[in-house]
Design a protein around this ligand. Structure first.
Ligand code: KIV
Ligand code: ZN
Length: 496
């Protein structure tokens, strides 16, 4: 078996696509979860791109141990200096530097000749080597490059000291057999390839990122790059969970082994979705809400007779538990603690008391509390940011469309009440909250969905607020009352 290294770029290629930056605390939470998941490398960001990214990479390098922490740079000395500084406290630092190698990138974007590109690539790797021994080189847009030129670049950067060579399909243009052929071509023709690990990095523009990555692995790549839930530029990056589960489920064909703890897949997916505000589609492979649901009569009959009739993955293997206890308002602390443990949460003492009280409030409103509800309870934004809290709200309607909202907020211990109107109750509510808090950000997006099924399901509201300096802040709120969920989401964004 060949060792396959797993490189997670959720915090760099994934975050880069969000139109927002995650704060340091959010990135750290994802970083710690990625360690639990067992990835080998965390690409924490692009330190030269902004002071915020620099700070995040620095903090992750200092706090997240036991994995390689990588930072991205262009093939520019200043970027490499900043990246090296950000990685100073990393246990295992890696600089990931590179340059475009396709004709269109060299001519149109970089305005450099192929010889100049080789020179810049070699110089960047040599410069990065002054700081760290582990240097990964990316040949941007490699799939659309001339393979003979690609071989020349890769050979030279390995001579300069690159320990990993990344062959990206930057624009998601490849078919699986072509991408596999390119990786084989590189492995066969780069004379010193035994001195480096070949890495595959695919984008999903034609929906083939997972297939292309698997083809690259079959052709001999030793590292795969991707993101959780496949978030990333345009149509996204390779979904790590899809590749890992394809290898796990169909393992023999690939001949590789990795150290991913697949029981953490479900928890990692939920965390990334909650923090980024990017909802996982219900039908998404592996981590979608319907991935293990059997809806049609024929399928239900089949799985009741033998699960394997229609189930190729046991949901519990990726951490979706099969809960035998139904939680209601009559359930005790112990039952709640047991169900939380099944979901991967360790809750004891005063924290358990607090969660139990909030569980009882929810259970009073619902007949049964489901796993999804418990996840919400554990990640309840109210318990994360409580410098602003909703105390009360009431509404009056005047006519079919206009509504007036009266809202009381507790802001840092002080009660403030105000009233104003709007175009319907949610608009009136947001306008009143703006009035009380003096909010100047604009509402860029507002969505509402139910977390579990049934009419008394928890509603999940997501609010995105855009500030004048370009920052985008995501807030989430949950309640069985959708107006209350909306208020909580708005307040959560403001509190952040
Ligand atoms: O897609 C790509 O080419 C990249 C590189 C910067 C590694 O993300
Ligand atoms: Zn990419």
């Amino acid at each position: 078996m060949r060792r396959l290294f797993v490189f997670d770029t959720t915090l760099r290629d994934g975050e880069q696509s969000l139109g927002m930056t995650l704060n340091v605390k959010e990135k750290l939470e994802i970083g710690h979860q990625l360690v639990k998941l067992g990835v080998d490398i965390i690409e924490a960001g692009f330190p030269a791109s902004s002071p915020g990214d620099l700070e995040s990479v620095r903090t992750i390098a200092r706090e997240v141990k036991g994995v390689v922490i990588a930072g991205l740079t262009r093939a520019v000395e200043k970027d490499i200096d900043i990246c090296a500084e950000a990685l100073r406290q990393a246990e295992y630092p890696r600089i990931h530097t590179g340059i475009g190698v396709s004709p269109i990138h060299m001519e149109k974007k970089l305005k450099l000749t192929p010889d100049q590109v080789v020179e810049r690539a070699v110089a960047a790797v040599k410069y990065a080597k002054k700081y760290v021994s582990d240097v990964e080189f990316f040949a941007e847009d490699a799939f659309r490059s001339d393979p003979t030129f690609l071989v020349r670049v890769i050979e030279q950067v390995i001579n300069a000291g690159a320990t990993v060579v990344n062959i990206p399909d930057t624009v998601g243009y490849a078919n699986p057999w072509e991408y596999g052929e390119l990786i084989s071509f590189v492995i066969k023709n780069v004379k010193n390839i035994d001195k480096a690990i070949v890495s595959v990095h695919c984008h999903n523009d034609l929906g083939m990122a997972t297939a292309n990555t698997l083809a690259g692995i079959m052709a001999g790549a030793g590292q795969l790059e991707g993101t959780i839930n496949g978030i990333g530029e345009r149509a996204g990056n390779t979904s790590l969970e899809e590749v890992i589960m394809a290898i796990y489920t169909r393992g023999v064909g690939y001949g590789v082994e990795n150290k991913i703890n697949i029981r953490e897949i479900s928890a990692t997916s939920r965390l990334v979705s909650r923090i980024t505000g990017v909802t996982v589609p219900d039908h998404k492979a592996i981590v979608g809400a319907n991935a293990f649901n059997h809806a049609s009569g024929i399928h239900q009959d089949g799985v009741l007779k033998d699960r394997e009739t229609y189930e190729i993955i046991r949901p519990e293997t990726i951490g979706v538990p099969q809960n035998l206890i139904s939680l209601t308002a009559r359930s005790g602390r112990h039952a709640l603690q047991h169900c939380l443990e099944e979901l991967g949460y360790t809750v004891e003492g005063a924290r358990l008391d607090d969660v139990y009280q909030r569980f009882l409030q929810l259970a009073d409103l619902k007949k049964e509390v489901f796993d999804q509800d418990l996840h919400v309870l554990m990640g309840d934004p109210e318990s994360i940011a409580n410098n602003i809290a909703l105390q009360s709200m009431s509404f009056a309607t005047n006519g079919v469309e206009m509504a007036t909202a009266t809202v009381t907020l507790e802001i840092e211990g002080k009660m403030i009440t105000d009233t104003t109107s709007g175009n319907g109750p949610v608009n009136a509510l947001f306008n009143t909250i703006d009035l009380i808090t003096g909010n100047i950000a604009t509402l860029e997006d507002y969505t509402l969905k139910s977390v579990t099924r049934s009419s008394e399901a928890l509603g999940e509201a997501t609010v995105k607020l855009r500030y004048e300096d370009g920052r985008l802040v995501v807030g989430k709120g949950f309640s069985t009352d959708i107006i209350e969920a909306s208020a909580k989401a708005y307040i959560n964004a403001l509190a952040k």
